[in-house]
Design a protein around this ligand. Sequence first.
Ligand code: HEM
Ligand code: HEM
Length: 226
Amino acid sequence: MSSEHFSWNIVYDFLTGPALWFTFIFFIGGLLLRIAFLFHLSRRKDRVIYNHVNLGWGLRSIFYWLIPWASASMRQQPVFSVVAFIFHLTLLAVPLFLAAHNTLWDEAFGISFWSLPDTLADWMTLIFIVSAGFLFVRRLRRPEVRILTTSWDYALLVMTALPFLTGFLAYHQWGPYELLLILHIVFGEILLILIPITKLGHMILFFFTRAFIGFEMGGRRGAKSW
Ligand code: HEM
Ligand code: HEM
């Protein structure tokens, strides 16, 4: 084995060993802490919301905001809504159900999910990249969105897309394979670490916000929030 390959192996072992453990612990622990902190804050500052908790209104609000065009505000932006839906669907499905990832889940935890056929996962990756590009350009083009967008919003969108871009290139072996795989893992881990400490935390917080607005509007005023 050449010395060059040897050094990639050390990097790979580090990234898929201690660094990966750190990443998962930070990701799950960080999200739990964030929920705990916000829960505590709401008990202290906004206790009154707990007086009209209503599961039915909460769940319906979540449901109507998950399905494309189910909410009035999504129907006002039909193209954006469907692209954002496809963006999230592929974003969650590919990393969870990719055969190559499943092998790693299996090695690490002895669990493996059902796998997507490779060709399908590859197409979904491409579709994800196109939808991320659409969302990026939309932020630049639409004045009402652009004015609300900070450089950090663009950066997070790019950071979300980088594991897909590098995973895709590595899978097709377009470019220096070892380097691309290392970059892929680094970007994947950075993304997971960013989730609890940025607005990407909405992957969990979304459900609380939607449920709360749902029963706030529904339980208290009888009005739909979708
Ligand atoms: C964090 C640790 C991660 C590890 C160790 C890892 C590992 C891998 C490996 C070994 C491959 C296969 C490359 C090949 O076929 O040669 C791959 C592909 C891929 N991964 Fe990851 N990955 C990680 C995180 C992520 C994340 C967070 C995402 C997305 C959010 C992601 C999305 C993808 C995609 C889209 C592909 C290529 C699919 C295709 O075009 O066929 N990965 N990954
Ligand atoms: C089940 C989990 C999730 C839900 C319910 C959810 C929901 C949402 C919603 C409602 C929006 C705002 C409008 C829209 O684009 O539809 C949004 C935007 C966004 N989400 Fe998620 N999300 C989830 C997971 C994630 C994850 C895991 C990531 C990244 C790792 C992510 C990245 C983004 C980004 C980058 C945007 C902004 C898109 C733009 O710039 O227009 N989401 N998400």
